[in-house]
Design a protein. Structure first.
Length: 361
């Protein structure tokens, strides 16, 4: 089914209701968003295990194509293999921790992976191949590999070392919600990155509600029928979807967005999809990556309309979330309160955070 046909079907369907309504309740404390202690807790209990979308297969089309993905202090390498599969490694040489690829670089067709510090060489499979001018060959392993899963062309991985393991539950949640959307057949038109001075949770929570749209996003408010806005919580809070009708048939936004734990969003436009990665970088700092995907037949004007709207909405979001972060850090208010009508998604996210923090494993 093509994207436009899928959207016509999706827009006719009644939006699902939340699994459980939320009663009036307090937010997380302001201290959960501020300082090194809050960051360390998030990193060890939530962020390191992800999973994260580290690439789209269109970014690594041929054997030896490589892209990097960074979350917190970790940088991962996504490497296309000779058999067409992908493997994901830590971007860390086993000699003295040098980088294999400079973060942000995307080399093509590499025959080997060579450390930028002392030249140690690894195969595409991560195995150690050579240690130039080192002397006696050391008894060390190859690159540190992490488990990768591919769904709809999206490569999921975490920063936790280890191979094998079951598919992350969030992948099944996405597959259930987007069964008819063929992301694998789309092409990456553009990547964009935005730096935000806020805790990652502040940005996620902003995404999880449409309550703020009339005051923060005036152009978006003109395109969508806000009276019909619905937020639905799925799979015990692993996925939160937004549904809203379009005011006009030619609106750029399709009125359908979804967020998946802990920091992924799929924004469906009338003519394409934006994969949005909400990536924590450290205390009070977040990076938002966009991968704009379009089917080959979508023309350039339609692509640019979607990306222009995305840039405008992002600029508005950056301004508000950074203001919220400053207020949380100021310490004037310890807790807020959640709307049982508009903020069910925020409540579900905060509950998952509480459970993750309490988990001793």
């Amino acid at each position: 089914m093509g994207l436009q046909a899928w959207m016509r079907t999706a827009n006719r369907a009644a939006p699902p209701r939340p699994e459980a309504p939320v009663s009036l309740q307090s937010t997380l404390p302001a201290s959960a968003y501020v300082g090194p202690a809050a960051w360390e807790r998030d990193w060890s209990r939530i962020l390191q295990s992800g999973p994260w979308v580290v690439a789209h297969l269109d970014e690594v089309r041929a054997p030896g194509d490589v892209v990097t993905f960074s979350v917190g202090p970790a940088t991962l390498l996504v490497v296309r293999q000779d058999d067409g599969g992908v493997r994901v490694f830590h971007n860390t040489c086993r000699h003295r921790g040098g980088p294999i690829v400079w973060p942000g670089d995307a080399p093509r067709g590499l025959g080997q992976l060579q450390c930028r510090y002392h030249g140690w060489c690894y195969g595409r499979d991560g195995g150690l191949r050579a240690t130039p001018q080192f002397g006696a060959r050391p008894e060390v392993d190859g690159l540190i590999e992490v488990t990768a899963h591919v769904w709809q062309g999206l490569v999921f991985a975490s920063a936790l070392p280890g191979q094998g393991g079951p598919e992350p539950p969030v992948v099944a949640a996405l597959a259930d919600h987007f069964a008819d959307l063929d992301l694998a057949a789309m092409q990456v038109e553009r990547r964009a990155t935005h730096a935000l001075d806020c805790d990652w949770k502040v940005y996620v929570e902003n995404y999880l509600e449409g309550y703020h749209i009339p005051w923060v996003h005036p152009d978006l408010a003109k395109e969508v029928a806000l009276r019909d806005y619905r937020v639905a919580v799925h799979h015990d809070g692993l996925l939160v979807s937004h549904h809203v009708g379009r005011r006009t048939p030619d609106a750029v936004n399709a009125g359908r967005w979804a967020w998946a734990w802990p920091g992924l969003a799929l924004n469906v436009y009338a003519d394409g999809v934006c994969i949005e990665r909400m990536v924590p970088e450290g205390p009070g700092h977040t990076r938002v990556d966009y991968l704009y995907l379009f089917a080959p037949e979508v023309d350039a004007p339609a692509r640019h309309r979607a990306m222009d709207m995305s840039r405008a909405v992002t600029a508005e979001d950056v301004r508000i979330v950074e203001a919220v972060q400053r207020n949380l850090a100021a310490g004037a208010v310890e807790r807020g309160v959640l709307s049982p009508r508009h903020e069910t998604g925020v409540a579900a996210f905060q509950e998952r955070c509480r459970r993750a923090w309490a988990d001793p494993s």
